[in-house]
Ligand binder design. Structure first.
Ligand SMILES: *Cc1c(COP(=O)(O)O)cnc(C)c1O
Length: 396
């Protein structure tokens, strides 16, 4: 039987594919160092694990929950946003979802009509464009210069705007670049969005993972009119090391949240109950572990950044958040005799036994993504292997 055109057009996630490939080689006994994954390498903090166990044993995790999530968790999100954004919302402005990824999916399904345009700055997180297409929207990609820290400018937005422009997706700190928009940059973009009635999707998932004094400014906090124009997307995966639990959330306009909830109620019914109780402890319990993990990422970044930046041909500014390096390796490719980053990444895996993700999947075909959500020893050894691989290729 034929599969749908919709499914045929879909690009599978390059990051998940890259890590699956690395794992398959590892399973065959190869000594692969994988810097592909987009998830913290820490186990979920003990207090959160305990809350989940308790929810199971008490029986409260046995049943369906409201499709927008348990009331306590929605209220905890309201409280969390009040603490970290100094913004007031009601529980009716919040939906709990199966990961932030599904919050985005529901949002696009809830607001996009066929041919509506969604502005996506490049490099982008791999799922944005594909999810927009699944909702019959049209992704409009704007390539952002590495010289401008890969950030989109109002002039670029203005040039990309049409009558069909409905949404703008912003992700700061960014996956894959690790760059952060300043308050002034966000303000000018926010004001542009208000003036043009473009809804801002603010993917804040790395908001608490910022380093060396960098500051995360939430878009929604800039003014009441920008707040109204913004849907916050966030979750517990990255800051609490809870990727496997699959809990995210969206916060914003009640009408939109309610439409998202209707779609969720007819698709997943509700996010897993036990995970919701775990997320409740994450947001309301002690927060020291978040800081401990943040410090570990910061220490790694500071140690490995100079090592990777010094690799032959690697062009790389120091990131300020998230846990990725995103060097431009155009010169390296030329030196090694390659014209295609994906082929270089494939050969590095086969011959150098290091797995990276090609920048092509993020819309940046001269870059590679290196995740430093792994231990220092692995990172240093991987850098050595990459150097040896480049030296071998250039010696020819
Ligand atoms: C990881 C990630 C998400 C999704 O996280 P979930 O695990 O689905 O909560 C969303 N946006 C970006 C940019 C990410 O890196």
């Amino acid at each position: 039987m034929d599969i749908s055109k919709r499914a045929q057009k879909l690009e599978p996630s390059v990051t998940l594919a890259a890590s699956a490939k690395a794992n398959a080689l590892k399973a065959c006994g190869k000594d692969i160092l994988s810097l592909t994954v987009g998830e913290p390498d820490f186990t979920t903090p003990k207090n959160i694990q305990q809350a989940a166990i308790q929810a199971i044993e008490s029986g409260k995790a046995s049943y369906y929950t409201p499709s927008a999530g348990i009331k306590e968790l929605r209220e905890a999100v309201v409280q969390h946003v009040e603490t970290y954004y100094q913004l007031n919302y009601q529980a009716s402005n919040v939906i709990i979802t199966d990961g932030a990824k599904f919050a985005l999916y529901l949002l696009f399904q809830a607001v996009l009509n066929p041919k509506d345009e969604v502005i996506i700055p490049v490099p982008y997180w791999v799922s944005y464009g594909e999810q927009v297409k699944l909702a019959e929207g049209v992704p409009v990609f704007i390539t952002c210069a590495q010289e401008n820290e890969f950030k989109v400018t109002v002039a670029q937005l203005e040039a990309a705007k049409t009558e069909k422009t409905k949404l703008l997706i912003l992700n700061s700190p960014s996956n894959p670049t690790g760059m952060i928009y300043s308050e002034a940059e966000l303000r000018s973009i926010g004001e542009w969005a208000v003036a043009n009635d473009v809804l801002i999707v603010s993917d804040d998932i790395y908001g608490r993972l910022v380093y060396n004094g960098a500051v995360f400014t939430p878009m929604a906090s800039l003014s009441p009119s920008i707040q109204k124009q913004t849907i916050i997307i966030n979750g517990v995966s990255k800051s609490y090391s809870m990727t496997g639990w699959r809990i995210g959330y969206a916060v914003g306009d009640e009408t939109i949240i309610s439409a998202m909830n209707d779609i969720a109620s007819q698709s997943t019914s509700n996010p897993t109950a036990v995970s919701q109780y775990a997320a409740l402890e994450a947001l309301t319990g002690e927060q020291d572990t978040v800081e401990t993990m943040r410090q570990a990422f910061e220490a790694r970044l500071n140690e490995i950044y100079p090592i990777f930046a010094a690799l032959p041909g690697f062009k790389l500014e120091k990131p300020h958040g998230a846990f990725y390096l995103f060097p431009n390796i155009k010169e390296t490719l030329t030196m090694c005799g390659y014209s295609d980053v994906t082929k270089w990444v494939d050969d590095l895996l086969a011959e150098g036994e290091v797995a990276l993700v090609t920048g092509a999947g993020f819309g940046a075909p001269e870059n590679v993504r290196i995740s430093y959500a792994t231990d220092l020893e692995t990172l240093k050894e991987a850098a050595k292997r990459i150097r040896a691989f480049i030296e071998k290729k250039t010696a020819k």
